[in-house]
Write a protein that binds this ligand. Sequence first.
Ligand code: G1P
Length: 287
Amino acid sequence: MTIRKAIIPVAGMGTRFLPASKAQPKEMLSVVDKPVIQYIVEEAVASGIEEIVFVTAIGKRAIEDHFDRNFELEYRLEQKKKTKELEAIKAIGKLAKFAFVRQTKPLGDGHAVLSAIPFVDCDEPVAVLFGDDIIDGKIPALRQLMDVYEEYHDPVVALQKVPRKQVSNYGVIGGKAVRKNVWEVQKFVEKPAVEEAPSDLIVIGRYVLTPEIIALLPKVQAGKDGEIRLADAFAAYLRTDRALYGCVFDGTRYDCGNKLGFLKAQVELGLKHPEIGKDLKAYLRTL
Ligand code: G1P
């Protein structure tokens, strides 16, 4: 079955980006000339996604406005004959069909996904993309996961190999390689201590969920912090002896959820930008 719908949770408060995120969603912070969230939507659309449900919260209205049309702005750009800008602005609203649903309480990423479920067809697999990571690559990262799904018809998580000392901030998998860059996951451990991690393969915020995983989500017990986590749904799913796959995607990941990752994205994507790349390179050499 083809995957047409994606859920993008964007309800998080963005405390790591204060004060920048005090009065605007962290997802709207710009990398070169586009907000982070637009890179993520473009990855989903380039992967074949047609409908996107954002899970939002109070203070996230700018995301809705960004993916809506702005007739006044379009009119003014037309009057001023700013054709390039006009086309770029119009294209954003046409990227996909967008829906917005509110997560009424900050109860975790599993709860965020559950909030969107009434608006996606539960009989279909659905993609989930977290709002923090920009992944730059020839083939969109989500497309690579979708290809694995289309081969095995089981859920898929995105994987990245990292130095062992970094694993404790992520979900970590244990399993066996079924072919190059594709793993059958046997263990899913959330934020383990380095010495207890089953491997150096961490889970990145791109997932293909099947109806089986979605059906498990409402049964997941909240953690000590009261949060319902997708990671716990994966662990519960593995106890049912069903197969879960991991895809080590090809591409560069910029973790825009932290300041250094965000700045690296500015520099590296800036260097690739057709308008400013050359000048930025020359400038960096002068430092
Ligand atoms: C979440 C997931 C974790 C995953 C990470 C990717 O953690 O629980 O398994 O590795 O996203 O960004 P969070 O960053 O929300 O703590």
